[in-house]
Design a binder for this molecule. Structure first.
Ligand SMILES: Cc1cc2nc3c(=O)[nH]c(=O)nc-3n(C[C@H](O)[C@H](O)[C@H](O)COP(=O)(O)O)c2cc1C
Length: 274
């Protein structure tokens, strides 16, 4: 199958997924494949062009992925054979995503052509050393390049998925929903250190869920999904989260990646060389 154009929808909390997506875009372009990049949190799944190959990229969270990514996937239009590939980034174990996503997409009429999981630095609980993180990123970039080539050459596959993932997926989706309960938001929640905050409002602009209201200082509402974007990318390191590791955070890109004048993310459209 010849791939001419990819509509690539992605979500990234702290940048790991973005940098691999950008690498894949670079490889696609090199081989004459056009790519349209779309941030999931700002996209309407109904407007997807089903004539093109669909790409989905996102981080693993709670053994599957964030509710905002699932909601996007659930809302994808029904189609008849649109090819689709997925990429996820993770710290070690994804459990319930590859199989359940395959089944979901298949039911909607998509043709799954490739799934790839790439280990990247952990961005919560335990923050690895700079050296380990650099190595993981370097390896990750190589794998992303190889994966993009496999997609172009029709050599990618979706792999196998035994029974357990479906159970993990359902458990994960329940777990993630419970994170949105008020009590959990309070338990895991964020505190803004007023002594450090310079009121720049970046956290509020980059939050994918519009969960941070910028008054004099940032005020968190109750729909955080813990993607860690605000904590990691605050230029003042003024946001504390109870599940960060010794106050350390991981970030693979700067906040600029998520802020453009129209508030969309990295360049919307990347055209292939003629
Ligand atoms: C709330 C949360 C839950 C996570 N759950 C998992 C998990 O279940 N398995 C795993 O391997 N990594 C997990 N991770 C690590 C991320 O998947 C990993 O660091 C990913 O590359 C982050 O991508 P991003 O920078 O694009 O957001 C989790 C991270 C967060 C913030």
């Amino acid at each position: 199958m010849q791939i001419e154009k990819v509509e690539f929808y992605y979500f990234s909390g702290t940048g790991n997924t973005i940098i691999l997506v950008e690498k894949m875009v670079e490889t696609f372009k090199k081989y004459g494949v056009q790519v349209q990049l779309r941030p999931i949190e700002k996209s309407d799944p109904e407007t997807i062009n089903l004539q093109h190959t669909l790409g989905l990229a996102f981080p693993v969270a709670g053994l599957s992925t964030y509710p905002l990514v699932w909601e996007f996937i659930e809302s994808l239009p029904i189609t008849d054979g649109t090819p689709v590939f997925m990429l996820d980034t993770l710290a070690g174990y994804s459990g319930g995503i590859v199989g359940p996503l395959h089944n979901k997409l298949k039911k909607k009429g998509y043709e799954p052509i490739g799934a790839c999981e790439i280990i990247m630095p952990l961005n919560i609980f335990f923050i690895q050393s700079d050296e380990t993180r650099s190595k993981l990123i370097e390896e990750g970039l190589k794998k992303a390049d190889k994966y993009a080539k496999a997609i172009i050459n029709d050599e990618a596959n979706w792999g196998s998925f035994p029974v357990l993932p479906t159970f993990l997926c359902n458990m994960s989706r329940f777990l993630m929903r419970s994170w949105e309960w008020k009590s959990q938001q309070k338990l895991l929640g964020f505190q803004v250190k007023k002594s450090k905050c310079n009121q720049c409002g970046i956290c509020s602009q980059i939050c994918p869920l519009n969960n941070i209201e910028m008054k004099e200082y940032p005020i968190y509402k109750c729909k955080c999904q813990f993607c860690m974007r605000c904590v990691s990318l605050c230029p003042q390191k003024a946001i504390n989260c109870k599940v960060t590791y010794k106050g350390k955070t991981h970030q693979a890109v700067t906040a600029k990646k998520f802020i453009t004048p129209d508030k969309s993310s990295i360049k919307d459209e990347i055209k292939a060389k003629p």
